[in-house]
Design a protein around this ligand. Structure first.
Ligand SMILES: Nc1ncnc2c1ncn2[C@@H]1O[C@H](COP(=O)(O)OP(=O)(O)O)[C@@H](O)[C@H]1O
Ligand SMILES: [Mg+2]
Length: 308
């Protein structure tokens, strides 16, 4: 209910600027995040994910609707909500004239943590997020991925009850991403709650208990990634690299998508034999694999997550 870590109902945001048509960035978003959950907001560019996170983290006022953090109305009482939250904003940068070690420590002190706790947490974060070798170098000298790791490490070190992370692993190498995942899992094990946005479907799948797919300012699907896969009607994906021109013959097996000359079909396991017979009769080659979250996303949204 409304004392959940995060709860919103029919949240809307219209951006209006002079001389430009208004933008309906959020067209009524209702959602909730339960204690200790890691929830992912998934969606293509411009879907409204950052707008939602900025409103939830008190940086932007909604046009209408309700949103509460631990029961506090974010728009009415931002000062009450703020102590509970910590945010990695999209494209946020650490202070360039501080080194990661100073950045993390200063941030924790500014949030009111004691010298001792701040020092311990800073060293833990440096160690855990692999920042040791550049912890004393000014952030301005760091690579994009190193800066991003510093931002995420800083926010994770707060151990705030509710964390918002907007595309936290963008620009990171696969090892750093996995360190972030491990740190976020450790944090929820200690009792924090996490809402993140991501463009990476493998990240959403690996990390989130539940996900919300947002498209044009609306939640179009919510549930676990398994729920989502089941909702597209089959658990197997058959790819026919030269199948596009035969699409009509395969439509009765399940949902189909063509891409250039290739065709993919989502099919229930019990119809696979019949589908393979047809493939052979048409002298096509096929590969069969499990439906991925990426496939499910494509079916539900109608386009790939990274397609403009
Ligand atoms: N300050 C702004 N003024 C006008 N339109 C904006 C502003 N910020 C975002 N938008 C628009 O709102 C929509 C949602 O943007 P955003 O929340 O950043 O999406 P996402 O994070 O999912 O990529 C987009 O159409 C974007 O162009
Ligand atoms: Mg965004």
């Amino acid at each position: 209910m409304s004392s959940e870590p995060l709860w919103s109902e029919n949240l809307r945001k219209v951006y209006s600027s002079k001389g430009a048509p208004p933008v309906d960035a959020l067209a009524g978003v209702s959602m909730s995040v339960h204690p200790g959950e890691r929830v992912a907001l998934l969606g293509r560019n411009g879907a409204g994910k950052t707008t939602f996170l900025r409103i939830a983290s008190t940086l932007l006022r909604p046009t209408s609707g309700s949103i509460r953090v631990f029961g506090y109305d974010v728009a009415e009482h931002p000062e009450r909500a703020r102590p509970y939250i910590a945010v990695v904003p999209q494209e946020g940068k650490p202070f360039f004239h501080l080194a990661p070690r100073e950045m993390i420590y200063t941030y924790l002190r500014a949030r009111g943590l004691s010298r001792e706790t701040s020092k311990t947490r800073t060293e833990e974060a440096i160690e855990r997020m692999g920042l040791t070798e550049f912890a004393n170098r000014l952030c301005i000298t760091l690579s994009g991925g190193q800066r991003q790791r510093t931002m995420v490490a800083t926010v994770i070190a707060t151990e705030a009850p509710l964390l918002f992370l907007d595309e936290p692993t963008i620009g990171m190498d696969p090892f750093a991403r996995r360190e972030v995942w491990a740190s976020l899992r450790a944090l929820t094990a200690k009792g924090s709650t996490i809402l993140l946005t991501t463009h990476y479907l493998d990240e959403a799948e690996a990390l989130s208990h539940r996900l919300y797919i947002v498209e044009r300012g609306r939640v179009i699907v919510s549930g676990t990634s398994d729920d989502l896969k089941r909702s597209v009607g089959g658990t197997l994906k058959v790819s026919l690299p030269e199948g596009a021109r035969h699409v009509d013959s395969f439509q009765s097996f399940g949902s189909t998508v063509t891409d250039g000359s290739s065709l993919t079909i989502i099919v229930a396991p019990e119809r696979l034999g019949e589908l393979m017979d047809l493939t052979i009769r048409r002298q096509l080659t096929a590969t069969v694999g499990p439906v991925t979250l990426e496939e499910a996303f494509l079916r539900v949204v109608g386009r790939k997550i990274d397609e403009d």
